[in-house]
Design a protein. Structure first.
Length: 92
């Protein structure tokens, strides 16, 4: 897991809030689901033959947009990993 200092707020655990173990489990479940999604997304066939009839640059544009989507998935992954690590590090 990525252990860099995140650029977003992480929860504070106290008697009136969620337990770090329960919340960590929920974030871990979300992370596992994201990893399943990432595998399914990567399995989608992505090939220039589906774009060349549009224009000479269509595939490059589509590839750029796909890369942006993958960057968003990676950002979500980092967010979830930071929360999982924070929660389970707080379990007493």
């Amino acid at each position: 897991m990525n252990m860099e200092t995140p650029s977003f707020r992480l929860p504070s655990f106290h008697l009136n809030g969620n337990s770090p173990k329960a919340l960590g489990g929920e974030y871990l479940q979300a992370l596992n689901t994201l990893n399943e999604f990432r595998e399914k997304f990567a399995a989608v066939e992505f090939h220039p033959r589906d774009y060349y009839t549009i224009s000479d640059e269509a595939f490059n544009e589509a590839r750029s947009h796909r890369r942006a989507v993958l960057d968003h998935i990676n950002a979500i992954d980092s967010y979830l990993q930071a929360h999982v690590a924070h929660c389970f590090a707080s379990v007493k």
